[in-house]
Ligand binder design. Structure first.
Ligand SMILES: [Zn+2]
Length: 320
């Protein structure tokens, strides 16, 4: 292994920001504080702990959109248990929000203000997972919060195929009846594409199908306007964002960390996963492992491509 190759890979490693600041997603939270001291990084980490004093302070700067996935105990063998919040944890978190004076609002109201003058919060769920229907409805009603579920239009009543394809365990998704009951309980739905595709990897025509097609299908099935979109895997670029705007969605949620105010673009809304300190550390570890795995895989792939190109060059030398 030669030293220049190691240097090049190390540079690439750093350029890809596989460092703790990026893993914690704090780099996108406050640009003017970037590259700051350990104290600043610690403060930013603390702001990711659910309703810590640092997070409450952050919630005063804009409306937080809380991003949940599953409610219930993580089943054995699940790849990312940090996407689950138990019934008791969910109940406690909503009670804490209520006790701190927060009330829920819709995505239409989340970025029109300086700061968060009405102590609003948006509660969102990704993927339309059935355990949310089974476990969260009663808790939301008890604490008088409203929520939005982002539905994958071609997978209604089916399973989390995009995760199963990566070796994860199956989770049933809400069916049409359950989504109707969800709406009847006073909650909203938004679109999360047709198949949970990574939109930035598609052609503009395919992305259009996913973004425009899912809106139309949900509106046809449930007879309600679908005004809000959530990028699958949080992945978007200017082309994808412009298609979302063109489709007529009023807002779109990303996976970037932060709160929302008058300065936040409506199609690049920021969200926050409600995490206890052990879950925050677990999530950081999980992300780090995933980054390191994908880094190792990219190195191997580049090495094999290099070997292939050397091999091709040798063959072309021979043919000359
Ligand atoms: Zn999703």
């Amino acid at each position: 292994m030669n030293i220049n190759w190691i240097k090049a890979e190390t540079k690439l490693f750093l350029r890809k920001q596989v460092v703790i600041v990026d893993i914690c997603q704090v780099e996108s939270y406050n640009h003017q504080k970037r590259g700051g001291s350990i104290r600043v990084i610690a403060q930013q980490l603390l702001s990711q702990v659910f309703l810590s004093s640092a997070q409450k302070k952050l919630f005063g700067d804009g409306v937080p959109i809380l991003a949940y996935h599953s409610v219930g105990n993580p089943p054995p063998g699940v790849k990312n248990p940090y996407l689950y919040v138990t019934n008791a944890e969910f109940d406690t978190q909503l009670a804490q929000l209520r006790d701190a004076g927060f009330t829920s609002t819709s995505l239409d109201e989340c970025n029109g203000f300086r700061g968060n003058p009405h102590s609003h919060v948006v509660i969102s769920f990704d993927d339309g997972i059935r355990n949310v229907f089974d476990n969260a409805l009663v808790v939301l009603a008890r604490h008088q919060f409203r929520a939005i579920q982002f539905i994958i239009s071609d997978l209604i009543g089916r399973r989390n195929e995009w995760m199963i394809a990566k070796g994860d365990i199956p989770e049933p998704l809400m069916d049409q009846h359950q989504i109707r009951d969800w709406l009847a309980a006073g909650h909203q739905i938004g679109a999360h594409s047709a198949t949970h595709a990574q939109l930035v990897c598609l052609s503009p025509a395919q992305a259009r199908e996913e973004i425009i097609g899912s809106k139309k299908r949900l509106e046809d099935l449930f007879g309600v306007p679908i005004n809000h979109f959530c990028y699958p895997f949080g992945g978007y670029n200017p082309v994808v964002r412009d298609i979302v705007v063109e489709a007529g969605y009023r807002t779109a949620c990303t996976s970037k960390f932060g709160v929302n105010n008058a300065l936040t673009p409506p199609h690049e809304l920021r969200r926050i996963a409600p995490l206890s300190p052990p879950k925050l550390l677990g999530t950081i570890q999980h992300r780090a492992r995933a980054r390191i795995r994908s880094f190792g895989w990219n190195v191997l792939r580049r090495k094999s491509l290099l070997a292939a190109s050397v091999h091709t060059a040798s063959l072309s030398d021979l043919s000359n």
